[in-house]
Design a protein around this ligand. Sequence first.
Ligand SMILES: Cc1cc2nc3c(=O)[nH]c(=O)nc-3n(C[C@H](O)[C@H](O)[C@H](O)COP(=O)(O)OP(=O)(O)OC[C@H]3O[C@@H](n4cnc5c(N)ncnc54)[C@H](O)[C@@H]3O)c2cc1C
Length: 424
Amino acid sequence: MDAGLNTGCATEGAGRRVVIAGGGYAGTTLAVKLAKAMRPDDDLEIMLIEPNPCQQALSELDLVAVGPPRPEFCELWHPTVFKDLPVTVCYDRVDDVRAKEHVVLVGPRDGEKREVGYWRLVIATGAIAFVPPVPGLAEHAVTMWSVADAQELQRRIEAQFRIAARLPDAASRRRALTFVVVGGGATGIEIVGTLGQMLPKRMRSFGLDPADLRVVLVEGRPDILYDLPQSLREKAKRRLARLSVELRLGSMVSAVEDGLLKLADGSVIDAPVLVFCGGAKADPDAIGWGLEADPSGRLVSGPDLKVPGHDDVYAVGDVAAFRDPADNRTLPMLAQFAIREAEHLAESILREARGEPPEPFHPHMHGEFVSIGPSWGVGWALRWHLTGLPAIVMKRLTYALYWWIVGGIPLAWRRTREMLAMQR
Ligand SMILES: Cc1cc2nc3c(=O)[nH]c(=O)nc-3n(C[C@H](O)[C@H](O)[C@H](O)COP(=O)(O)OP(=O)(O)OC[C@H]3O[C@@H](n4cnc5c(N)ncnc54)[C@H](O)[C@@H]3O)c2cc1C
């Protein structure tokens, strides 16, 4: 751990300590909003518990994987964001929750733990990639849920470039340069689109001919991007066709072995590099903390974002299953909901500190954008459907909004410049 980091994991009795487990989109937004809005007479102490000093740039993993190599890629650095705010950041992990005693246990999985008491506890520990029990899949595929995953994909891509550069015949080069993505949701489409757009350029820099490249998307359902309207899905497919991405829709994966992807219909695809983007599941540790979970393993989050049966415990973001009262459907795992839940929760905690009850949360989806390659997107906002450059601009603006919420203009400006540099 960097000696310069504030590692203030105080264990003394809490007055009105708000403990936030997890410093991703939800936890960071909540800590910033609460710190900025609280008054001295609210008598609140904010403690954010997060093992990493850097919030990973999950929504830019495609650029990390296919773009020029760089050591790390951060959405933001917590020590910078919290340097002037009354937030104690404890760079550690929550190991357990003892809700009856109003304490969390903090410390490494196999090491000594410290008790930290809370007045309010917010669980915002996110999600991890889910890989179904298909033979060979977990062993051979790269998932896409962390910068480490994206760097692993980058390593495998470059290894294949080096192998292909030594192969004399075009057929074996094409086999070595086949990249397969499984999963036609937003994550899979963003990865496959970036592979389709950026790999030809990267291949040239390795002395390879882009004509030898093959990029394949495999999806079990008959279509892609089910969250988008039909007309936008068609545009997305036309864009993928222009990038020469082969679509294998309605194809279930049955096994992976020896660089081959086997499909349930008996066909086989060369897959020396395989990316699995078939789903995510809530932080599995949180399930063991004795709180109510839904059948998918997400912690149940009631109308006011409280965990049922615990008046002082909230769950927000990907780890939480919040049902939208408008249609009774559980909110999808999206940063935009994690951020909005956190903003609402900051108000609720302040209301409670001032003796008022929290208000129910009413989510609204204002839009959704998916990039297909770094310079083209598809999506909607309010009642407008957008494609191409306007859609990608809208998508990047949503990131800039987050950076502005947590770090003001300096962070928004710096991160925007970094992102533009990655796309070159
Ligand atoms: C490749 C990819 C692309 C995406 N693109 C988009 C997009 O374009 N738009 C969009 O809206 N959403 C997108 N998402 C989804 C979005 O990233 C998530 O919905 C969002 O990260 C959820 O925020 P969160 O705060 O709940 O969890 P996270 O941001 O994952 O943060 C969870 C934090 O909890 C910490 N943590 C975990 N366990 C513990 C513990 N025991 N103790 C303490 N801390 C812990 C973790 O270190 C992490 O920092 C994308 C996701 C991926 C993987």
